[in-house]
Design a protein around this ligand. Structure first.
Ligand code: ZN
Length: 142
């Protein structure tokens, strides 16, 4: 597992989110979307509710997967909650650049703990684990 090769700070933040995921659960009556990453076996079911101002009012996720996929989903829910859809789509783009090893200005300010996932850029097969939740979110918002 590539996690052991990430440096210890990254590892601590990722493990914290994967062992105690934020916004884990089910939202009844919300928009939901399921997506999987066959390469690793990760499955996510994302739930979200928008308000009248096109902001994410509530978000939750369920499913199973590796530490990186679960941590990424947890980090993402923290970042996008209460944000406008347009802003969320921009953040999703930034995150995608980040995990592909591109330089993203103010990554931590914009993406919070999700900025710690930049380490996966060194492990191409893990990029799909990290982007699974974000891809599910983009699809759900379409
Ligand atoms: Zn995975």
């Amino acid at each position: 597992m590539a996690l052991s090769k990430l440096d210890s700070l990254y590892r601590a933040v990722i493990l914290d989110h994967s062992s105690h995921p934020h916004h884990k659960g089910v939202l009844d009556g919300a928009v939901s979307l399921e997506l999987n990453n066959p390469t690793c076996g990760d499955v996510i079911r994302l739930f979200l509710r928008l308000n009248d101002e096109e902001k994410i009012e509530e978000i939750a996720f369920d499913g199973s997967g590796c530490s990186i996929s679960v941590a990424s989903a947890s980090m993402m829910t923290d970042v996008v909650l209460k944000k406008k859809v347009v802003e969320v789509l921009e953040l999703s783009e930034k995150f995608s650049q980040l995990v592909q090893g591109e330089e993203v200005e103010k990554a931590e300010e914009l993406l919070g703990d999700a900025a710690f996932l930049n380490g996966v850029s060194k492990f191409p097969q893990r990029i799909k684990c990290a982007t699974l939740a974000w891809n599910a979110l983009k699809k759900a918002l379409e």
